[in-house]
Design a protein around this ligand. Structure first.
Ligand code: GTP
Ligand code: MG
Length: 184
């Protein structure tokens, strides 16, 4: 089974950087030819079973287009990025989550909220307190767990591969669980 995963978030939050970092983080990851969106595919093994992740990066200008709803088609999960040094990008995460729910055609799907750019925490004047993001996910899960959807939060630096496999495996486990509840 192949899982389509989108990388979403405001401009400049590090979507493309994180996306490309999966080429280094995930064994066997390859760029594939694709129209409009950039695509990286790789395989992950969960409890002895193989799953293919098709990870898509959306260029900023496509996200701003009024035809963007099509990009979400059949998406089964997403990494929703914000920049920890720009709290407005955290407040806007809900916008991306709502877009995903409205346009995926698959209803509510699991997401990992990713607070990016942890490497600049020390040098930034204002950074988002991770407690706020944890609280956000807690609230989101209160309404979505009944639909078999659980969501997660991670903080990363897209400049490094650290944690990226944990992020994608956590999302994959939630997507597998969600598919199983949808089939029931
Ligand atoms: N310090 C630091 N800089 C980062 C990190 N991730 C991305 N950047 C920088 O942030 C800027 C924007 O990164 P992109 O990956 O282009 O962001 P994007 O979300 O793809 O932007 P759009 O496609 O325009 O929406 C670039 O200068 C990156 O080098 C990070 O983890 N730490
Ligand atoms: Mg980009």
């Amino acid at each position: 089974m192949t899982y389509k995963v989108l990388v979403l978030g405001d401009y400049g939050t590090g979507k493309t950087t994180l996306f490309n970092q999966f080429l280094n983080a995930a064994p066997g990851a390859e760029k594939k030819p694709s129209i409009k969106l950039e695509l990286i595919e790789f395989t992950r093994v969960i409890e002895g079973k193989e799953y293919v992740i098709s990870l898509y990066d959306i260029p900023g200008k496509e996200l701003a287009s009024d035809k963007r709803s099509k990009l979400y088609n059949n998406c089964l999960g997403a990494l929703v990025l914000f920049d920890i040094s720009r709290p407005d990008t955290f407040r806007h995460a809900l916008f991306w989550i709502e877009e995903l729910i409205n346009y995926s055609g698959t209803g509510k799907v699991p997401i990992v909220l990713v607070g990016n750019k942890t490497d600049i925490r020390e040098s930034s004047q204002r950074t988002l307190n991770p407690i706020d993001a944890k609280e956000f996910i807690f609230r989101l899960n209160r309404t979505s767990l009944k639909d078999g959807v659980d969501n997660h939060f991670f903080e990363v630096s897209a400049k490094s591969t650290k944690l990226l496999l944990s992020v994608i495996d956590q999302l994959l486990k939630s997507m597998i669980k969600h598919e199983e509840t949808r089939k029931k």
